[in-house]
Structure formats: structure tokens, C-alpha cells
Design a protein around this ligand. Structure first.
Ligand SMILES: C[S@@+](CC[C@H](N)C(=O)[O-])C[C@H]1O[C@@H](n2cnc3c(N)ncnc32)[C@H](O)[C@@H]1O
Length: 202
């Protein structure tokens, strides 16, 4: 029994190291779109979904899933009837996520830009996303790309819904406020680097 637990711990550590290495490599190749050298910590992932009741949501959209740290937390909080649309433009990240969640009929990993959320909602016969959880690096994405994504997020968010994003600085708070004027901010220090979580409402 103890041997099994040790083996599981080693396996988990190897997987974490593998996804960390993959992330770092992708950052080296595509610094502006990846925007971070490491995946977010479990602490940050928990804070991103804290205080949101996903239970009755018809749809949760995730922007910029990377290695899926937030996706796992979203899944823990959603029922099997909630459709989860996971956007990730980088094939190196999207492909393993497609394989990982292939057994879950309510999870759709989409290798396309979050700016196209509306088209995918329509494809899934959904009017809105109840919640949007974003891991996108607005600080490093080109301004026009960020603007297109924020416009679409605002347009597609259900009235009463929340757009949650994290940033390493508050440099782009003004930009986000232009679309979501009501922002609550929390801080998570147990992340490399420490991050701000912004809970945004229109
Ligand atoms: C800072 S990483 C966050 C990854 C993960 N959510 C985490 O916290 O560890 C940003 C991710 O957004 C993805 N990305 C960048 N632009 C995107 C876009 N327009 N649509 C969807 N994903 C995008 C990148 O490929 C990268 O995986």
C-alpha cells in the first residue's frame, strides 16, 4: 500500500515536471501568447473558481487553458450537464487536453481563439456562457487581439455572469474595465509569480 502511494507521488511529480518543461519551451517559442514561464499553481486555480456557483450553469467557457490547471478545477465544480468550452490556440497544449478529456461528453477542447466564442456557443446551441474563466495574458497579447476577445467575452456573457481573469500586474486593469466596469480584486501569493485575480462584471 505504502509502495503504491510512493509510486503515485513520484508519478505526479514527473507529470508536473513534464508539463512545466512543455510550458517553458512554449514560452520560449511564443512568449507573447503564452505569457508565462510556468503553469499556474493549484492555489491560483482554486482562487480563480472560488465563490462561484457553477452548479446550475449551462455553459462555462475557459480561455487559454495551457496545461489544464484551471480546467481541472472547473470540472470539479460543474455537473455533467454543464457544457465546458475550453479554448486554447496552441496545438501543443490543446492536443493533450483533447486526449485527457475525450471521455467527458460535456467537455469540448477547441483549438481556436477565444475571440470566436460566439460561433462555438451557436454551434452548441447555447445563447450565453454563464461564466468565463480566462488564463489569457492580456499584458503581452497584442492590444487589438485583447480588445477583440474582451468584446466577445462581454457580448457572450450571460446577464449576471462573471468573467474571471488573472494577471501578474494591474497594468491592464484599465483595459479590462472598459468592458467590465465592476471589478473585485484578490491576490494569490502562492504562485510563481504572485498573481491578481480579477472578478469582473459588466
Ligand atoms: C498564461 S498561459 C495560462 C495557461 C493556464 N491557464 C495556466 O494558468 O497555467 C496563456 C495561455 O493562453 C493561450 N492563448 C493565447 N492567446 C489565446 C487566444 N486568443 N485564444 C485562446 N488561447 C490563447 C496560450 O497558448 C497559453 O496557453
Amino acid at each position: 500500500m505504502e509502495g503504491d502511494a510512493d509510486y503515485a507521488a513520484v508519478f505526479k511529480r514527473v507529470c508536473t515536471m513534464k508539463s512545466g518543461l512543455m510550458f517553458l519551451l512554449q514560452y520560449i517559442f511564443k512568449p507573447r501568447t503564452v505569457g508565462a514561464v510556468l503553469p499556474s499553481s493549484g492555489f491560483l486555480a482554486r482562487k480563480m473558481v472560488a465563490g462561484i456557483n457553477f452548479e446550475n450553469a449551462k455553459c462555462v467557457a475557459e480561455f487559454g487553458a495551457g496545461t489544464g490547471v484551471f480546467t481541472d478545477k472547473i470540472l470539479q465544480k460543474c455537473g455533467a450537464d454543464t457544457k465546458i468550452l475550453v479554448f486554447e490556440t496552441n496545438k501543443t497544449f490543446a492536443q493533450p487536453l483533447m486526449e485527457k478529456y475525450a471521455h467527458l461528453p460535456n467537455v469540448f477542447v477547441i483549438c481556436d481563439s477565444a475571440a470566436n466564442l460566439g460561433a462555438y456557443l451557436a454551434k452548441h446551441k447555447l445563447e450565453y456562457a454563464d461564466y468565463i474563466v480566462s488564463g489569457l495574458p492580456f499584458a503581452s497579447l497584442p492590444q487589438e487581439v485583447s480588445r477583440n476577445i474582451l468584446t466577445e467575452a462581454r457580448r457572450c456573457l450571460k446577464p449576471g455572469g462573471v468573467f474571471v481573469t488573472f494577471q501578474y500586474s494591474l497594468l491592464k486593469k484599465g483595459l479590462i474595465e472598459g468592458y467590465f466596469p465592476r471589478i473585485e480584486i484578490a491576490r494569490e501569493f502562492r504562485n510563481m509569480p504572485p498573481a491578481y485575480v480579477l472578478r469582473c462584471r459588466p
